[in-house]
Design a protein around this ligand. Structure first.
Ligand code: AMP
Length: 211
């Protein structure tokens, strides 16, 4: 199976992608995570990416496409998380996969309302082991508490401030949302409201069809 997950920031796609890829034995490739790793490496490219990510903008298609294609070139089953994020990336991906003779099975669209995005992400804390893909709600932990698993402190993600979040949401509505019609014949629409387990169950049930 070769699938992509998209949805607004905070829709839980990272958390669900982690679980679904483990369940169906798919390689999980998160472009947000790839960006954060490049930033952490301190490379020149990482410095450029940091400026973009921290202003809530999207990294250029050229950089992201290359990162993704290098990862998926030699694998047959994968789950892309946060990629594609606009129509041009989606077309590039289709062309690349068609040429490789391994077309995309479909796209999973997890949707939640904007008010829920703001409420979830302004309260999100992450640690080194969740590395940005885990949503830890602040009423259970506070900033600076130590994660019992990785031993690193819980922190706010630098791009989760309200101002940057508004930019991310704007890009989502202007660019990413169009993927819904692009993938219309191979789209799985999932209601992202509810507990992690409930949403996971919905996705798993529907994905059995694509296996
Ligand atoms: P995420 O962890 O998916 O919320 O991604 C965090 C940030 O990484 C985004 O706000 C973008 O700046 C950048 N990013 C992740 N995926 C992409 C992509 N497919 N295209 C462009 N920028 C991306």
């Amino acid at each position: 199976m070769r699938i992509t997950f998209f949805g607004p920031p905070g829709s839980g796609k990272g958390t669900q992608a982690d679980r679904i890829s483990a369940y169906f034995d798919l390689q999980h490739i998160s472009t947000g995570m790839l960006c954060r790793e490049e930033i952490k490496s301190g490379s020149e490219l990482g410095k450029r990416i940091r400026e973009i990510v921290e202003s809530g903008y999207l990294v250029s298609d050229g950089i992201i496409n290359e990162e993704v294609f290098n990862k998926i070139e030699n694998i047959d089953s994968f789950l892309l998380d946060g990629y594609p994020r606009n129509l041009s990336q989606a077309k590039f991906l289709d062309e690349f996969l068609e040429n490789a003779g391994k077309p995309l099975s479909g796209a999973v669209f997890i949707h939640i309302p904007d008010e829920e995005v703001i409420s979830r992400l302004t309260g999100r804390l992450v640690c080194a082991c969740s590395n940005g893909s885990g949503n830890i709600i602040s009423n259970r932990r506070k900033e600076g508490d130590i994660c019992p698993v990785c031993g690193e402190p819980f922190m706010k993600r630098s791009d989760d401030s309200l101002e940057i979040l508004k930019n991310r949401l704007r890009h989502y509505h202007n660019l990413t949302r169009h993927l819904e019609s692009y993938y219309k014949n191979r789209l799985l629409e999932i209601d992202g409201l509810g507990t992690v387990d409930q949403v996971n169950e919905r996705i798993r049930k529907e994905l059995m069809v694509w296996e």
